[in-house]
Design a protein around this ligand. Structure first.
Ligand SMILES: *[C@@H]1O[C@H](CO)[C@@H](O)[C@H](O)[C@H]1NC(C)=O
Ligand SMILES: *[C@@H]1O[C@H](CO)[C@@H](O)[C@H](O)[C@H]1NC(C)=O
Length: 253
C-alpha cells in the first residue's frame, strides 16, 4: 500500500494515483522565474524500486533518452522499450503544452526527465508535470488507457463572490468543453482558460476526460480566483483577473 508524503496548503490538495506517491514541492507558478514553462507543478513515483545496473535500468535510460530526442520534433510521443524478459519492459510518454514551440518542448521535456530522475531515484515508475510539459514512465502499460483519477488540484483564494467574473469563468469553461481537439484555449474579459489531453487518448476519451475535469474544477474550486484540475490523462486550468500575474501565463510563453 502506498503512503503519501505531502506538504499542503489550504489551497492545495494532493491525491494518490494508484501506486504513485504524489509529492508537491513548491508553488513555482508564483516564483519570478524567467521561464515559467519549466516550473514544477507536481510529480509522483511508484513505490517499487528496480535493481541498480539491471536490464530494467538500462531500458529505462533508453526510454528517457528517446523521450528527450523525440521532443525536438513532436509535441507528443510514446515509447515501449522491450527487454529480453517481460519484466524488463518499460513504457513511457511525454506531452508538451499545445502552444510550445518545438525547441521549447525539447527544453521542457529534457528538464522534466532530469527532475523525475532525481525525484524518483530507482523507482520503477515516475511522472512529472512542469508548466509546459508532462512525462511519465512505468513498468506496467498505461499507454492508450484513459485515466480520470484526480492527480493534482489547486484552487486559488475566493476573494469575494463576483457574479460577473464567475459568469465569465463558467462561460470560458463551457467554451473549453464544447471546443474540439486535444488542446483548447479560451478567454472572456480577464478570464483565461486552458485544457489539454495527453496525445494517446481518442477524441471521445479526451472529451470524456475534459468533461470530468471541468465538472470537478467547478465543484471543487467553487468561486476561486484560479483553479487547476489535473486528471491522469487531461487537465483544465483557469485564471481570473485577480489571480497573481505570473499565474495567468499558464503556458509560460
Ligand atoms: C514492476 O516492477 C515491480 C518491482 O520489480 C514488480 O513487483 C511488478 O510486478 C512490476 N510490474 C509489472 C507489470 O511488471
Ligand atoms: C504510440 O506510438 C506509436 C508510434 O509512434 C503509434 O503508432 C501509437 O499509436 C502510439 N500509441 C499510443 C497509445 O499513443
Amino acid at each position: 500500500m502506498a503512503t503519501t508524503k505531502t506538504k499542503t496548503t489550504s489551497t492545495t490538495s494532493l491525491l494518490l494515483l494508484f501506486s504513485f506517491i504524489i509529492v508537491f514541492l513548491s508553488i513555482p507558478s508564483f516564483s519570478s522565474s524567467s521561464s515559467s514553462t519549466d516550473s514544477f507543478v507536481f510529480g509522483g513515483c511508484a513505490q517499487q524500486k528496480y535493481t541498480p545496473s539491471s536490464a530494467y535500468e538500462s531500458n529505462l535510460n533508453s526510454l528517457l533518452t528517446s523521450l528527450v530526442n523525440s521532443a525536438t520534433y513532436s509535441s507528443y510521443n510514446n515509447f515501449t522499450i522491450m527487454g529480453s524478459s517481460p519484466q524488463d519492459v518499460v513504457y513511457g510518454l511525454y506531452q508538451c503544452c499545445g502552444d510550445l514551440s518545438m525547441p521549447d518542448c525539447a527544453t521542457c521535456v529534457a528538464r522534466a526527465v532530469t527532475q523525475v530522475g532525481g525525484l524518483c531515484y530507482q523507482a520503477c515508475g515516475g511522472a512529472l508535470q512542469l508548466q509546459g510539459c508532462y512525462v511519465k514512465y512505468d513498468n506496467a502499460t498505461f499507454l492508450g488507457v484513459e485515466d480520470k483519477t484526480v492527480v493534482f488540484k489547486k484552487c486559488g483564494p475566493s476573494v469575494g463572490y463576483e457574479p460577473d467574473a464567475m459568469g465569465r469563468r463558467d462561460a470560458v469553461l463551457q467554451g473549453l468543453m464544447t471546443a474540439s481537439g486535444p488542446y483548447r484555449v479560451g478567454g472572456a474579459g480577464d478570464v483565461q482558460g486552458l485544457a489539454q489531453c495527453v496525445g494517446d487518448l481518442s477524441a471521445g476519451e479526451c472529451q470524456d476526460c475534459l468533461v470530468q475535469a471541468i465538472g470537478r474544477l467547478k465543484s471543487d474550486c467553487g468561486t476561486a480566483d484560479y483553479g487547476d484540475m489535473f486528471l491522469g490523462k487531461c487537465y483544465v486550468r483557469y485564471s481570473t483577473g485577480k489571480a497573481p500575474n505570473s499565474y495567468k501565463d499558464h503556458s509560460g510563453k
